[in-house]
Design a protein around this ligand. Structure first.
Ligand code: CP
Length: 312
């Protein structure tokens, strides 16, 4: 494929190949990812119209480890502030010989719109569009689950919180399903679960006790206030009382369960600090894994396959 816009059209095998390529970039000591020349001479533009700490920075590191030239556009001081359209902005950056755009935008479908407008030799990676998709986050989460828990066909995964507004959850659900996960649950207040949850092939729970029972993987989501338009939610305190992940609630899951969160996290709202920082948390390894997985995705678009990028 020319672009990487969603996990919806990926097979389990295709995801496995990307995860294998990501593994090949991690050196034996795990502490460093060596620089490889796969994208030497290529120009990557990070075009973020929404705030980001993890995605933007790990894409920048990933691009640099692949020897690409990587440019971060600060959209708050770009000419979009003077009324230039999204497509005109992209056309002008493309005129500077950009090979690949990494796009984050508050509107669902923005990355797809750009992908359809760029010439054939230019690639687009979706770094999060509205509430639609965040496919690189979805795959770094699959990489993390595979590393800690192994075979998806034996796993029960609970995705907890504001699933309705979460592009991350949608990308995770498609990937977990493609990988043959034994059971995928969404857990949260009815008002924050998608109405058509059945069509996603997951089970809905409004009660944490049943939702977390025996789970191998717990993925916590933040309340995405910026995408809510009148959704009925409890107060922050009530929310934590009903749906916050505390040590007591974590004990309902499998004793070896891992706790994940894509970030940014709101301590004391969806997750207690002692759980976020506790021995079952893999929240920071998720961030680290983002580098190798994003390298794999960038390399895949440039035509490299597993093994070619092996660090030496
Ligand atoms: N998980 C995630 O997308 O984080 P950022 O918003 O910091 O990129």
């Amino acid at each position: 494929a020319r672009h990487f816009l969603t996990t919806e059209d990926l097979s389990g095998d295709a995801i496995g190949e990307i995860l294998d390529t990501a593994e090949s970039f991690i050196s034996v000591g795990e502490r460093e990812i060596k620089k490889v020349p796969l994208l030497r001479g290529k120009t990557i533009v990070n075009l973020f119209f929404e705030a980001s700490t993890r995605t933007r920075t790990t894409f920048e590191i990933a691009g640099k480890r692949l020897s690409a030239d990587i440019i971060n556009i600060n959209t708050s001081v770009s000419a979009t502030q003077k009324g230039e359209s999204l497509l005109d902005t992209v056309r002008n950056l493309e005129a500077m010989h950009t090979d690949l755009f990494v796009i984050r935008h508050p509107l669902s479908g923005a990355a797809d719109l750009i992908a359809r407008s760029v010439p054939h030799h230019v690639h687009v990676v979706n770094a999060g569009d509205g509430r639609h998709a965040h496919p690189t986050q979805g795959l770094l989460d699959m990489f993390t689950i595979r590393r800690y828990k192994g075979d998806f066909r034996r796993l029960t995964v609970a995705i907890v919180g504001d699933v309705l507004h979460s592009r991350v959850a949608r990308s995770q659900i498609h990937a977990l399903t493609a990988l043959g996960t034994k059971e995928v649950r969404v857990v949260g207040p009815r008002s924050l679960l998608p109405a058509a949850v059945g069509t996603l092939g997951v089970r809905a729970h409004t009660d944490m006790a049943t939702g977390l029972s025996g789970a191998d993987v717990i993925i916590m989501l933040r309340l995405q206030f910026e995408r809510m338009s009148g959704a009925l939610i409890p107060s922050a305190r009530e929310y934590f009382d009903l749906y916050g992940l505390t040590r007591e609630r974590l004990a309902l899951a499998d004793k070896d369960a891992i706790v994940m969160h894509p970030g940014p996290m709101n301590r004391g709202l969806e997750i207690a600090s002692d759980v976020a920082d506790g021995p079952q948390s893999v929240i920071l390894p998720q961030v680290t894994n983002g580098i190798a997985v994003r390298m794999a995705i960038l390399a895949r678009l440039a035509g490299a396959s597993a093994g070619e990028g092996r660090a030496s």
